[in-house]
Ligand binder design. Structure first.
Ligand SMILES: Cc1cc2nc3c(=O)[nH]c(=O)nc-3n(C[C@H](O)[C@H](O)[C@H](O)COP(=O)(O)OP(=O)(O)OC[C@H]3O[C@@H](n4cnc5c(N)ncnc54)[C@H](O)[C@@H]3O)c2cc1C
Length: 300
């Protein structure tokens, strides 16, 4: 189908875009990469009276390092992040997750801001930002605020973004030394959204003892689920398969996913535990430089 009629605006500055959003309010939709919005328009699942296209605004796509943060413009294409050596070096978890998003054609257009603002409960990037405790920089015509993932992701699709706000920047902490990270997921076919995905980080001290760990899951709830208590059990321990098994059991017990056409609730719950264990094993291997365990079933 074709999209319903809408008034189209192509502002050339963030201020102009924000003024348009302030003027048109609730109904207007922002167009970034269009990889989620255009299908929704074409299926007439959304009927915005106005569309504000961000693609003519220069300077909203960038990747740089600033004071211990990897700082990414809201309109940065997923493919630009995927092919960035800075991302690979400074934020390997993000680099690990990106190739698992859809197909390369989608990542060529899709943006980091669009993925986070769309907040699909099976998307990879919200889980990455949640695991890393990143910051989301949001602007309206009159204010700028920094939002943390736990307040940004509210429920299935809606975020705490106001209709007159734009997600202009994403800030991710640079991965500290002796830290391993991994993003693993299971999907039915290459390019499909994940049935379940897990982002994991593990930081070790000089003696190989875990000082920090984080786990965030996608596909098992309306927002990314952070398994804080399960990850915390690793702190003070040397990474070991038995400890990862135990974390996997805790993760599985924590989540209560909905079942659907693609997978039952029980299956997703089980897979969440298995993937948490695998992600931690891979992160631990990366933290120590040991050989990585083989992949089984999940997409890489
Ligand atoms: C076949 C297919 C497979 C896909 N598979 C996956 C997958 O496996 N994993 C995955 O995560 N995604 C997947 N996607 C979605 C893809 O990652 C999209 O790129 C992403 O969800 C939206 O990004 P976008 O830049 O295209 O945003 P758009 O589609 O342009 O916008 C999406 C929504 O976000 C709002 N928005 C966009 N940018 C901003 C901003 N800066 N500030 C405020 N609001 C904003 C828009 O108004 C709209 O409501 C898939 C898409 C397709 C078509």
């Amino acid at each position: 189908m074709k999209p319903p009629r809408f008034e189209y605006f192509a502002p050339t500055s963030v201020d102009e875009a924000l003024a348009l959003l302030a003027e048109h309010g609730e109904g207007a939709k922002v167009l970034a990469g269009g990889q989620s919005l255009v299908p929704l328009l074409n299926f007439r699942l959304v009927r915005p009276p106005q569309v504000v296209d961000l693609n003519e605004i220069p300077g909203l796509g960038y990747i740089r390092e600033e004071n211990g943060w990897l700082v990414i413009g809201g309109m940065t294409r997923q493919r630009a992040l995927e092919t960035s050596s800075l991302v690979r070096e400074r934020c390997p978890l993000l680099a690990d997750a990106l190739p698992q998003i859809g197909h390369v054609q989608i990542r060529n257009r899709g943006t980091i801001g669009g993925s986070l603002a769309h907040a699909d409960p099976a998307a990879e990037l919200p889980a990455v930002v949640a695991a890393l405790e990143g910051e989301l920089v949001v602007r309206s015509r009159t204010a700028r605020r920094i939002v943390t993932p736990d307040t940004f992701f509210v429920t299935y699709l809606p975020t705490s973004l106001d209709p007159a706000e734009l997600l202009v920047e994403v800030r991710l902490p640079v991965t500290p030394p002796r830290t391993g990270t991994a993003f693993v997921e299971v999907s039915r076919r290459h390019g499909d959204f994940a049935l379940v995905g897990v982002a994991a980080t593990l930081t070790l001290d000089g003696a190989g003892v875990c000082t920090k760990s984080a786990i965030a899951l996608t596909g098992v709830g309306p927002t990314p689920i952070v398994a804080r208590d399960a990850a915390q059990t690793l702190v003070g321990e040397k990474p070991a398969p038995e400890a990862f098994e135990e974390v996997g059991r805790r993760v599985s017990a924590l989540v209560h996913p909905d079942g659907d056409l693609h997978a039952s609730s029980e299956y997703r719950k089980h897979v969440a535990g298995v993937l948490a264990r695998r992600a931690l094993a891979r992160a631990a291997a990366r933290a120590t430089g040991a050989e990585e365990p083989p992949t089984r079933g999940e997409r890489r």
